[in-house]
Design a protein around this ligand. Structure first.
Ligand code: IPE
Ligand code: IPE
Ligand code: MG
Length: 244
């Protein structure tokens, strides 16, 4: 095997390369609660509290785009009380945090379908998005009622509605129709909770992402795990299919 100067340079500067766009599958709230003899809703509460802490931890480290998977298109099939609890928590967190995030220059984006959200959640989200639209700091993507397949289907529908001709559809054009149209592709995908799967998250945008699976449940994920994730990211050689 030939030595790679780029790879050796990276391993000696382990903490210098910060991924531009980090996406997180925040999994393990249920197991966190059950292992403590608590209700699943307590796990979601702890999970949302951790989400609030973690945003600042990523911003502090220089990440520009952070996309958080909070609720999937499949999560509606959970018990109604659990779903309603998550919707309520999301409303409370956005209402509580939007102003502070705005002061910190964070731009909030919603990724996903809006139609099935409760009116209250929709309003809170839209207000937070509008309030922070002009900010130039961290872009925080909140994936709520998000599904990667739904996103692709929605993009196809919008292309048809816009009457885009087949010969004008390229990968770049298609990406303009995704929820992430003004975001770069994902550099680093982190999934907590111990499962090694993508669960319908950002199917298009993770084509060449690096994946990291810390052995921790989401409510317990904190700065030390971020540092380890970045160290691992820095040890990877991204080839994008090329001979490097
Ligand atoms: C992730 O935690 C949060 C959501 C899916 C809304 P889970 O509730 O899936 O936690 P586990 O996987 O059951 O532990
Ligand atoms: C993925 O976790 C969705 C979120 C974290 C919001 P799930 O718990 O829904 O995924 P599966 O069911 O284990 O694949
Ligand atoms: Mg889960």
């Amino acid at each position: 095997m030939t030595a790679n100067p780029e790879a050796s340079k990276r391993s000696t500067n382990a903490t210098t390369d910060v991924p531009h766009h980090v996406a997180i599958i925040m999994d393990g709230n249920g197991r966190w609660a059950v292992s403590r003899g608590l209700d699943v809703s307590d796990g979601h509460q702890a999970g949302f509290e951790n989400l609030q802490r973690v945003v600042a931890d990523f911003a502090k480290r220089g990440v520009r785009y952070l996309t958080m998977f909070a609720f999937s298109t499949e999560n509606w099939d959970r018990p109604e009380s659990e779903v309603n609890g998550i919707l309520e928590l999301a409303i409370a967190v956005i209402a509580h945090e939007a102003e502070q995030l705005h002061e910190n220059g964070v731009r909030i984006k919603h990724l996903g379908r809006i139609e099935r959200l409760s009116t209250e959640l929709r309003e809170e989200l839209e207000q937070a998005v509008d309030l922070t639209a002009g900010n130039t700091g961290l872009t925080l993507g909140i994936a709520f009622d998000y599904g990667g397949r739904a996103e692709i289907v929605d993009a196809v529908k919008s292309l048809l509605v816009d009457g885009v001709a087949a010969e004008d559809i390229s990968e770049e054009k298609f990406a303009e129709y995704l929820y992430t149209s003004d975001m770069p592709e994902v550099d680093l995908m982190i999934r907590t909770g111990g499962d090694y799967r993508i669960s319908n998250f950002l199917l298009w945008q993770t084509a060449y992402s690096e994946f990291y699976f810390p052995d921790v449940l989401w409510p317990d994920f904190h700065g030390e795990h971020i540092d380890r994730a970045f160290e691992s990211f820095n040890e990877r050689q991204r080839r994008f299919g090329k001979r490097i």
